[in-house]
Design a protein around this ligand. Structure first.
Ligand SMILES: [Zn+2]
Length: 522
């Protein structure tokens, strides 16, 4: 099986994405996670461009990564500098990284208008910058910036830049679609042409501006590229970089290449969620392979067919990438979704059994009251457990009070709660809260974490409030849907009431019960 080297640039190119920002501590966590996943190369940052990245490399030396090699990124020397006097190049050496990924210019337009030097001089810059790195004991990868655009503008010159890098000793020459505008058919043709001229290993670095990052990467691999650059969840400038969470399973499951240890493939969804949490971004539900909806079925006809053969509406099995099949429950979906959902939870439901009828009856009643289980499958699972009497509660509420006050124009929220856990009574007050629900959540957690420490891992990813019957104005029903995560899974729970606090409370309690039942807490 042919091996493809995976080169992750989440920490460098990925952190150029809008809204993505990793602290030093988070960068370390990302690197450890990528190492655990078995990623071959981790581009840690650009030490020559900012002190945070230099500090990262200093700290990373203590990490003792098991699977990954850390790579420092940077540019070729400045036009007028000698290599040994160039800050960019000396920063590679100072970073302590063993591998340097150095980018240089391919496109004549950039050389003349941006670098303002001659084409000949640029070849020298590439060559002696790489030479300097190798002389200083580093392994050099060469990123040919704007390679595809440069090739289209001046093919002969673009190839000359690659040959200069190869001759100078670059271990990999990476073809970059920096502006992300190249089509797969062009990638195929150009990579084949490059392959004729170069003997060294080739890599591909694609951006997603035309929504073709994955397609271009796979095409380049078919054409002979043996290294793939990308980021987790496709984070990156503008529309992002090529998404490793899509590329890796395609290469490994569909094209017969080996990227990660097969055992690690099952952790891909967890990796995507974990990095999204650190980036403080919501992983899009529709993300292929790893998204919450990637294997989610709603239409009754689909669910019915899936019951007969799971291949009928899935391109692969969700477990292979550590994801889960989800069946959405709604009035429209009827009995087959309920049965299928039960089966997926290991509950054997028959079409005409009293339990199936009872579940459907409860769903219908609750939907009449404003519930909608479509976006709240964790609450639905609890409902099923209640019918089958496999549900249990973990605490009893004795009472709570929530108040909001305005002192000197400052709004404050407090909650007091009294609950009974394992025959002990806990009383807690969370004085602080961004709002009344936050205060209530804090108070409840404070009381429960003493007995159930695993709740410390849980936090809310999303909190949606919707008015179900707006015509009732301020007496309208409020539907609250909470999305929770423990860093491994994501689950949604629901509560409905005329009172927003109560609706939130019901959704919070479901979220906690779901977590504890899922973990098998006794
Ligand atoms: Zn890039």
């Amino acid at each position: 099986m042919k091996q493809i080297k995976i080169y992750d640039t989440t920490l460098r190119d990925g952190s150029q994405g809008e809204g993505v920002s990793f602290s030093l501590e988070e960068k370390i966590k990302v690197a450890c996670k990528l190492d655990e996943a078995g990623i071959d190369y981790i581009e840690g940052g650009w030490p020559g461009s900012n002190p945070k990245d230099m500090e990262f490399f200093r700290k990373a030396k203590e990490l003792k990564l098991k699977n990954s090699v850390l790579v420092a990124f940077g540019s070729t020397r400045r036009v007028k500098n000698k290599p040994e006097d160039d800050d960019n190049l000396t920063a590679f050496v100072r970073s302590g990284a063993k591998v340097a990924c150095i980018f240089g210019k391919t496109w004549d337009l950039h050389i003349k208008d941006v670098l303002k030097t001659t084409l000949e001089n640029n070849l020298e810059i590439i060559s002696d910058s790489i030479g300097y790195l190798i002389k200083n004991g580093l392994e050099a990868f060469y990123d040919a910036e704007h390679f595809f655009d440069g090739y289209k503008a001046n093919k002969d010159y673009a190839l000359k830049t690659l040959l200069a890098a190869e001759k100078a000793g670059a271990k990999y020459v990476i073809l970059c679609d920096t502006n992300g505008g190249t089509l797969p058919s062009e990638v195929r043709e150009i990579v084949a042409e490059v392959r004729k001229h170069l003997r060294c290993n080739l890599g591909i670095h694609a951006h997603n501006d035309s929504d073709l990052g994955t397609a271009n990467t796979l095409t380049a691999v078919e054409g002979g590229c043996v290294m793939v650059h990308g980021t987790i969840n496709g984070y990156g400038e503008r529309c992002g970089n090529a998404n490793l969470c899509s590329i890796i399973p395609n290469l490994q499951f569909k094209m017969g290449y080996r990227c990660l240890d097969p055992k690690k493939m099952k952790e891909l969804t967890h990796l995507a969620i974990y990095i999204a949490e650190l980036a403080n971004l919501k992983l899009p539900d529709s993300a292929p392979f790893v998204g919450h909806s990637a294997f989610t079925h709603k239409a009754g006809v689909h669910v019915d067919a899936m019951k007969k053969n799971q291949l009928s509406y899935e391109h692969m099995t969700p477990e292979a990438v550590g994801n889960k099949r989800r069946i959405l429950i709604s009035e429209l979906s009827g009995v087959s979704n309920v049965i299928f959902k039960g089966n997926s939870l290991g509950i054997n439901l028959e079409k005409d059994s009293p339990e199936t009828k009872e579940i459907l009856k409860r769903v219908k009643e609750l939907e009449k009251q404003g519930y909608n289980f479509e976006g709240a499958e964790a609450s639905f699972e609890l409902l099923m457990r209640k019918v089958f009497k496999t549900h249990r509660t973990f605490f009893a509420l004795e009472g709570f009070s929530v108040s909001v006050d305005n002192r000197d124009g400052k709004i404050g929220s407090q909650a007091t709660i009294k609950i009974k856990v394992k025959e002990k009574t806990f009383e807690h007050t969370a004085a602080e809260g961004a709002g009344p629900v936050d205060a209530l959540n804090n108070a409840l957690r404070k009381a429960l974490e003493v007995s159930y420490p695993s709740l410390k891992d849980v936090h809310l990813r999303d909190f949606k409030v919707r008015i179900v019957d707006p015509q009732s104005a301020t007496k309208a029903l409020t539907r609250v849907v909470i999305e929770s995560t423990d860093g491994k899974d994501i689950w949604n729970t629901i509560g409905v009431s005329q009172n927003m606090i109560e609706a939130s409370w019901l959704a919070l309690v479901d979220s906690i019960e779901y977590k504890l039942l899922k973990d098998g807490v006794k």
